[in-house]
Write a protein that binds this ligand. Structure first.
Ligand SMILES: Cc1ncc(COP(=O)(O)O)c(C=O)c1O
Length: 381
């Protein structure tokens, strides 16, 4: 059983997807245009944002969001050390320096108390944004980050940019990801909850003028053809991707609900098997679920004793399991220049040794979930 089986989903929407692709081929209009504009309107409505800007990938979306939110070369941006590489590399691409920080031991999302302390103790550096990541589909504590931004607003402006790449449809305090900060970046990479048939991404924002700025930035900083006011790149979205995404967007609420249902089944079966018992040294620990969060389980992740042995045991049974992420960002060779070393961010480092993502996709069956949990129980017996 793979970690993710996209073929099952494709079978259920095949006719609609092929019709949407045919519509684009018939139009012979392949870049931006009406399909992308329609998707932008539909994603704005879905996330409760004022506007959305379609682009080439989630990585591109992060760069657009940071630049439009006012991050300038020479600035510093706070983010989590426990994320995909792009959360930090997009900061560098904006000309800024990432300040990589540790995570909450329960949720593994950026620890707001540490961020607050770092801002209080800042010296001369200009910190211009905080970039929390909604890891695995659970929003970071956006109330706490909004309070921090508010607290420092009189001294210096701080943008709050959501890395919502894994969190389409997630909520915090009843408000959707994508409407919780200055701007939010989503990825439609094929493994994501809402996924394209190639690379694509989108940025949502509550500020229409920022969306306009991002529309220029994604098209070489060009307000009109062959005139360039500032430096942008080719970060445009393909019409075929937008057309596919519009078909899938009609199903995403139901698909996310199925993921939540499967997560509850995993939780229950782990408890029934005695693997997550609270007392003593349980072999499997679940991540904390914040009561304010509506989790969309992009990944269902456990913390496992003897994690690498378990992963091999599952692989021998053809059960897919992945490690997101095996090496925190502050220990990546490319970020050695930031000056952090092993031991500096202990929660992220420990998590990297223990996390294991188990099969999770809407079309998963209860029998398959049972088989995964029974196999894990057998490994520890
Ligand atoms: C947290 C996070 N940020 C950013 C990205 C980058 O998105 P993309 O692969 O679409 O460029 C991803 C996904 O790969 C991600 O998981």
């Amino acid at each position: 059983m793979p970690l993710l089986d996209l073929r099952r989903q494709y079978q259920s929407i095949r006719d609609d997807v092929l019709a949407a692709i045919a519509r684009v081929c018939d139009s012979q209009s392949f870049i931006l245009g009406p399909e992308v504009e329609a998707l932008e309107r539909e994603i704005s409505a879905f996330t409760g944002a004022a506007a959305a800007t379609g682009c080439a990938s989630g990585t591109e979306a992060l760069w657009l969001a940071l630049v439009a939110a006012g991050v300038k070369p020479g600035d510093f941006v706070i983010t989590t050390a426990f994320s995909f590489f792009a959360s930090a590399s997009a900061i560098v691409r904006a000309g800024a320096t990432p300040i990589l920080m540790d995570v909450d031991p329960g949720t593994l999302n950026l620890d707001h108390a540490l961020v607050e302390r770092r801002l209080r103790e800042r010296k001369t550096e200009k910190i211009s944004a905080i970039l929390p990541v909604h890891l695995y589909g659970q929003c970071a504590d956006m109330d706490a980050f909004a309070r921090i931004v508010e607290q420092y607003a009189r001294e210096f402006p701080l943008a709050l940019v959501e890395d919502a790449a894994q969190a389409i449809g997630a909520e915090w305090g009843g408000r959707p990801a994508g409407s919780l900060g200055t701007a939010a970046a989503f990825s439609f990479y094929p493994t994501k909850n809402l996924s394209a048939y190639g690379d694509a991404g989108i940025v949502t924002t509550m500020h229409p003028e920022m969306a306009e700025h991002m529309r220029r930035l994604r098209n070489h900083g060009s307000p009109r053809r062959y005139y360039h006011d500032e430096l942008g790149w080719n970060g445009r979205m393909d019409a075929i991707q937008a057309a596919v995404l519009r078909v899938k967007l009609r199903h995403i609420a139901r698909w996310n609900e199925s993921r939540r249902h499967h997560a509850a089944a995993y939780d229950r079966l782990f408890a029934d098997a005695g693997l997550t018992a609270k007392e003593g040294n349980a072999p499997v620990r679940l991540l904390a679920r914040a009561p304010e969060a509506r989790h969309v389980f992009h990944q269902y992740v456990i913390r496992a004793q003897r994690r690498d042995g378990l992963r091999k045991f599952l692989a021998d049974r053809k059960i897919g399991a992945e490690i997101y992420y095996p090496l925190p960002l502050h220990l990546q060779p490319v970020f050695a220049r930031l000056g952090l070393k092993t031991g500096d961010l202990p929660v992220a480092e420990q998590a990297a040794q223990e996390v294991l993502a188990l099969p999770m996709f809407p079309e998963l069956t209860e029998a398959e979930i049972r088989w995964v949990v029974e196999s894990i129980a057998e490994f520890y017996s």
